[in-house]
Design a protein around this ligand. Sequence first.
Ligand SMILES: Cc1cc2nc3c(=O)[nH]c(=O)nc-3n(C[C@H](O)[C@H](O)[C@H](O)COP(=O)(O)OP(=O)(O)OC[C@H]3O[C@@H](n4cnc5c(N)ncnc54)[C@H](O)[C@@H]3O)c2cc1C
Length: 344
Amino acid sequence: MELYDVTIIGGGASGLYSAFYSGLRDLKTKVIEYHPYLGGKLNVFLEKILWDVGAQTPIMAEQLLKNLVTQAMTFSPTICLNTKVNFIDKIDEYFVISTEAGEHYSKTVIIAIGGGIVQPIKLEIDGAEKFEMTNLHYTIKHIERFKNKEIIVSGGGNVAIDWAVELLPVAKKITVVYRGDELKAHEAFVNKLKANHIEILVNATIKSLKSNHERTSIEKVIIDQNGVELERDVDDIIICHGYNRDISLDFAESISPERKSGTLFQSIGQCKTTIPGIFAVGDIVAYEDKVNLLVGTFQDAVLAVNSAKKYLQPDANPYAMVSSHNEKFIERNQKVFNGNLVKK
Ligand SMILES: Cc1cc2nc3c(=O)[nH]c(=O)nc-3n(C[C@H](O)[C@H](O)[C@H](O)COP(=O)(O)OP(=O)(O)OC[C@H]3O[C@@H](n4cnc5c(N)ncnc54)[C@H](O)[C@@H]3O)c2cc1C
């Protein structure tokens, strides 16, 4: 049985910064993440330019994510991907964290599950999933990929229409397909599409997909509009039908932290939950004046890790030394001065 000092559940911004800070405080650290990748919600808006993260202005979300991962790896935490935590119990002095793939053991737990496990609502057409490797998309990573392409955007909410507007300058042709009577997105954005003579098909759904000869990508789309079949040539399809969220995380009754509104974990200060040894950070924690932004996740991480350190070692300093006075960074600083820093 390998026992960790700190196990962080969730590898989004708050979990990643907690992992860095936990290593800085000499704690043996593990991160458990459901997805096969790290970054949490940041993966939903990789192409977004962020202006409100301290000292990082402007920065692409994708770059911020890379920086967060690089920083999280500074002290080599153990990372478990593709692993969903289902249940937490406590035996003697340590927590038992149960996943579909087995048990993990830890002296403390930091809950960093944010908005839960977020997955896009998929197109309900048999065999559609195989085109996710080629030209069926549920998010956009690089706008440039769609240069001179004929694109169908399916959905009528803000995400769908935001993408259609973003693609206006690069795409050859855009068709918006929406099952409702009227697009639900911001009026100004809808008007922009109309002013650019974008084809908007309402009361319409994608009925079937026709692949190319090799069956590797979608070539044509059949759309049902009020019972009438329309056919469109297509290079790429972007589906924005919303997200499913799985926020479930259960605890043994004796160690079940108090929740707010059924989901959020109530902090009693310094990101401690009502159960000693269990801490919560990021979008899943609730306390007065909580900031649900990236900067808020960083502060939460520092508070939670310092609380965990004091829980484990009551005589420890309440906080870590700053970079200039931190022994751990002396050797690393030499590498920085020698120009050996890993290039980003
Ligand atoms: C569209 C959008 C735009 C935004 N724009 C900005 C902005 O411009 N500036 C800004 O500062 N903030 C912005 N935010 C807010 C910011 O993204 C969030 O505050 C931040 O990402 C929250 O990070 P987190 O780690 O708390 O949660 P998340 O990013 O949600 O990460 C939680 C992680 O936990 C994992 N997980 C959940 N349950 C389990 C489980 N049971 N087992 C294992 N893993 C689990 C999830 O898979 C996920 O990876 C935006 C948010 C959204 C949605």
